[in-house]
Write a protein that binds this ligand. Structure first.
Ligand SMILES: Nc1ncnc2c1ncn2[C@@H]1O[C@H](COP(=O)(O)OP(=O)(O)OP(=O)(O)O)[C@@H](O)[C@H]1O
Length: 273
């Protein structure tokens, strides 16, 4: 494949293959033999794109994200960012999980400061203080910086986790079901905030979710994975709605229901199997 040929899965709107999954296969040994979780996945993601990934539980969505975060190396194939092979985690690729993973004895401020300080120990204390305060304010926690996780709601904890990832101003945000544990209203608020932050900073996002409406609100492309073992990409939907997106307007657009039905059909009609 030449450098200029679009890779499979590339959006026609993106100008470069910023992130490239090339023939990514991941296997794990089991007592009864090898478990081929994902097989030969090709996907090119443009800078600033928002990609959502859906698929049945256990098909290998997190496994795919782990090859980008650097938590797991592909057994075969490779993942590159800006043409550089990914071999380990790095602060330019930050991950937010569903379960927040905050230090419960530290305040929101300390949780975020700790993450920043461990990556940038040489930045001045006042600069780090400014970044932490700005980022917590940006995610709506300006008044709750001194609270510890047990004193915060689920939505607020997830805001701290997002601030902790975002204070490093990563080029790539990797979100693994980040809103899965939140109630419907908080979830919608968080979707709007993340969409706004990502737009403002031009971050590239890969996000796993089980929520099709969330995909339609956030994604530029929706990647639908087939069921494992040997899961792959079954179909990719381009989400055509302009940004910033207005939820009510989207719900009045017939294309919304066409896309929603196609995704549901994919998941439940056997395509995903
Ligand atoms: N470190 C590991 N060692 C062995 N097997 C693993 C490991 N990580 C994942 N797997 C296996 O890979 C498969 C896919 O898991 P993965 O978490 O990627 O799926 P998923 O699509 O993200 O699932 P869910 O939607 O339920 O979160 C599962 O069968 C899982 O048991």
């Amino acid at each position: 494949m030449t450098a200029t040929a679009p890779l499979p899965g590339r959006s026609k709107n993106t100008k470069q293959d910023f992130i490239s999954f090339q023939k990514v296969t991941k296997t794990y040994p089991t007592r009864t033999g090898l478990n081929v979780v994902i097989k030969d996945i090709d996907l090119a993601v443009g800078q600033g794109e928002f990609i959502c990934i859906i698929g049945h539980s256990g098909c290998g969505k997190s496994t795919l994200l782990n090859t980008l975060s650097g938590f797991a190396m592909p057994t075969e194939g490779q993942v590159t960012m800006n043409g550089k092979l990914i071999t380990k985690p790095g602060p330019e690729r930050m991950v937010v999980f569903q379960n927040y993973s905050l230090m419960p004895w530290m305040t929101a401020y300390e949780n975020v400061y700790f993450g920043l300080d461990s990556v940038h120990p040489n930045k001045s204390k006042s600069e780090k203080d400014r970044i932490v305060r700005d980022t917590l304010t940006m995610v709506g926690l300006g008044e709750a910086m001194e609270k510890t996780p047990p004193q915060l709601s689920g939505g607020m904890r997830q805001r701290v986790a997002i601030a902790r990832a975002f204070c490093l101003r990563p080029e790539v945000l990797i979100l693994d079901e980040p809103f899965g544990a939140l109630d419907a209203i908080t979830k919608e608020e968080m979707q709007e905030e993340v969409s706004e932050i990502v737009r403002e900073f031009g971050c590239t996002v890969l996000m796993v979710t089980h929520d099709i409406d969330e995909c339609l609100f956030l994604a530029d492309r929706l990647v639908m994975m087939t069921e494992g073992p040997s899961a792959g990409i079954g179909e990719i939907l381009e989400i055509p709605f302009e940004r910033p997106r207005d939820r009510e307007q989207m719900l009045e657009d017939p294309r919304y229901y066409d896309l929603r039905n196609r995704a549901l059909e994919f998941l439940y009609s056997g395509n995903a199997h």
